[in-house]
Design a protein around this ligand. Sequence first.
Ligand SMILES: [Zn+2]
Length: 296
Amino acid sequence: MKLTLLGTGTPTPSLKRASSGYLVEVGRDVMAWDHGPGSHQRLLQTGKRAVDVTHMFFSHLHYDHCADFVRLFLTRWDMGADRVPELKVFGPPHTRRMIELLFGDEHAAFGPDINARIRHQGSIDIFVARGGKPPRRWPKPEITEVRAGDRIRGDGWTVTVGAASHVQPYLECYGFRLDAGEGSICYSGDSGGVAPGIVELARDCDVLIHMNHYFSGTEPTEVYRLVCGNHIDTAKVASRAGVKTLVLTHMLEQIDQPGVRERIIKEIREIYDGNVIWGEDLMEIPVKGPHMFRME
Ligand SMILES: [Zn+2]
């Protein structure tokens, strides 16, 4: 089991932090959890390629969590040359409609592109050179729209869907928890305040990846706090859930500064006594690791 942070940033463009994306590898399955702008480049930097990805999970459909899915999906279909299984996609309501509008048929946003690659002789030649056998098939991802409480089972793993606190009712927003023989990982998605759904979902997890957008007290309004959270609320979620390691992510440049980072970690540790990791793009998180070296 392997967990890699692909994108730990926000919607604000950043060369240091891609927008939200995580890579979870269990057995033969390679899962992308969200795929925001820049995440796909990070995926390539890990040595993985689009064709290696077997499952796509969307926590919610804010663009900073899904805009690079277009690149992942088309690259996987094109390079896969009908030799990789259809992508399995799980996400909130509207996931199916979004994918159909993007890739569903020749009238979809990328319909003319897909159509040309299927029909033009030059594209067919490239398809054959990649090992494909004409006629080339239109991509047909296996889409499942999920709700809080749902369970998805894979090869040696289970993903449970939980309710996040973000921008409902306009977008459904979820967190995910993966349980496998080697450990458990919970991802809050975007979640602010001390969300009961995330506390419950993350209960006793090895690793909790949690949005940490604001330094407590700097949120412009109380609504911002409930939508995007702050470091004190993040600490309370981790403490109440009893997780072993807390990974901070979705960080604004304003808090990603020397001195501020240290203060945030110190103040989190006053509330939460597990390990605290300041997430960075391309960081590999040991799922069972750091708490073994805990200094009491
Ligand atoms: Zn969001």
